[in-house]
Write a protein that binds this ligand. Structure first.
Ligand SMILES: Cc1cc2nc3c(=O)[nH]c(=O)nc-3n(C[C@H](O)[C@H](O)[C@H](O)COP(=O)(O)OP(=O)(O)OC[C@H]3O[C@@H](n4cnc5c(N)ncnc54)[C@H](O)[C@@H]3O)c2cc1C
Length: 382
């Protein structure tokens, strides 16, 4: 169906990005998947071509576009399965913290490098002992003179090995009541004394993406790297999570589309009992049902994209989209794998990776159960 949220400029941008991604990024995907991480050169190329700051402020080197430009990047990367290079984590999840809550000095120091690809960003919330229950983080930042002394460990941090600057969630007041009022956000450079990169974790899916442990061992962070005010960290996180969850839903729809399209091609070619698999009514009904759900999902995501660009508060609706689209992606990749038969289980068929990659979508950026907690609370339940 024709999508009506994009202007001609957006479509031109999509063509430009698609050409860039096909030439510079798609050929790198097998290498990223083998190494378990992307490469710095690709980030710099993306930066030089203007694809890391499509929505970032012009004064720092960005293009000042709306969120739809970055949504296009997410869609195109999902289509080519370039999960190793998480541009949306960098540009749409981390960068906005600095843009919105950073002071003039912080923006001047970090935004130009972020937009050029010289500074790769990550965000470190999750800890070995706590993920969903974010208010319970144990990483501690104690102010001593003009530095914070940071101690604690983080886990599952995307860009953990390649990243240069991390937004770290830490407790500056462990006695605050309620506990979330003791949380602050610090901008921590990877070359800070006491910053330790831990293991790059081996994973079921998203093989090209670097997901790592981080540790802070009396890590010294200048007080000037506090983002916003002490104790305001949780509030800032809540404000930015709407966009993070929308990013997941946007990419999820294009991962669904790609898996579906590849499966439609496959079932036309594969024969059994003297006919193409596509000829069985079961195949037709399954794919017809999935195609219907993809259109329904896309219509909802497009409505949310337009609302998000307008600046509407759509926390419940984005939570709905996050759980629904990612549940669809898990179901859809499972059904598509089944239609590939044994070949679907083989690594040489991309559907096997699609199936594994889909598993995390309902876990990160807030689990799908937490999405339902948010929706239910906003319905006045619980
Ligand atoms: C590939 C990958 C990349 C990631 N990248 C990052 C990153 O860059 N930065 C970062 O900070 N984190 C990152 N994460 C971590 C991710 O955000 C967490 O894994 C997620 O928030 C869940 O936390 P947890 O793993 O501790 O699960 P838990 O919180 O222990 O949850 C376990 C189960 O209990 C359920 N549960 C928990 N609380 C409730 C409740 N109140 N009601 C009902 N059910 C509940 C959950 O839904 C889940 O099913 C990443 C994770 C992965 C796998």
């Amino acid at each position: 169906m024709q999508r009506d949220i994009f202007t001609e400029e957006h479509e031109q941008f999509r063509d430009q990005f698609r050409r860039f991604a096909q030439k510079e990024l798609e050929p790198k995907v097998p290498e990223w998947n083998a190494r378990g991480m992307s490469d710095r050169e690709s980030w710099r190329k993306a930066g030089a071509a203007g694809f890391l700051g499509a929505c970032a402020p012009v004064e720092y080197g960005g293009a000042g576009g709306d969120f739809l430009y970055d949504a296009i990047i997410m869609e195109e990367l999902a289509w080519i399965r370039a999960h190793g290079m998480m541009i949306s984590l960098h540009s749409d999840i981390c960068l906005p913290y600095i843009e919105t809550f950073g002071n003039a000095e912080q923006k001047q120091k970090y935004l130009p490098g972020t937009i050029s690809g010289d500074i790769i960003l990550g965000i470190a919330m999750t800890e070995p002992g706590t993920g969903s229950d974010l208010a319970n983080v144990q990483t501690r930042a104690v102010r001593k003179g003009d530095h914070y002394v940071l101690n604690g460990s983080k886990i599952f941090i995307s860009n953990g090995q390649i990243g240069d600057l991390f937004i770290v969630v830490a407790k500056t007041d462990p006695d605050a009541k309620p506990p979330h009022k003791g949380i602050s956000l610090l901008l921590v450079e990877a070359n800070s004394p006491g910053f330790v990169r831990g293991r790059k974790l081996d994973k079921l899916g998203l093989r090209g993406q670097d997901t790592s442990e981080l540790a802070f061992e009396d890590c010294l962070v200048p007080v000037s790297n506090l983002l916003g005010q002490e104790g305001q960290g949780f509030k800032m996180l809540m404000e930015k999570l709407q966009q993070e969850r929308l990013c997941i839903a946007v990419a999820s729809m294009f991962s669904c589309r790609r898996a579906l399209e590849d499966t439609v091609t496959y079932v036309k070619q594969r024969h059994a009992f003297g006919q193409a698999i596509a000829g069985f009514q079961n195949t037709q009904f399954k794919l017809a049902e999935l195609a219907t759900e993809v259109e329904i999902g896309q219509a909802f995501v497009d409505k949310l994209l337009a609302a998000h660009v307008r600046g509407d508060a759509i926390v419940s609706e984005v939570s709905m989209a996050k759980w629904w689209t990612t549940d669809l992606q898990k179901r859809l990749t499972g059904e598509c794998l089944q239609l590939h038969g044994g070949y679907g289980f083989m690594a040489e068929y991309p559907i096997s990776a699609d199936y594994a990659d889909a598993a995390v979508q309902s876990i990160y950026a807030g689990t799908n159960e937490i999405m339902k907690v948010i929706i239910a609370r906003r319905m006045g339940l619980g």
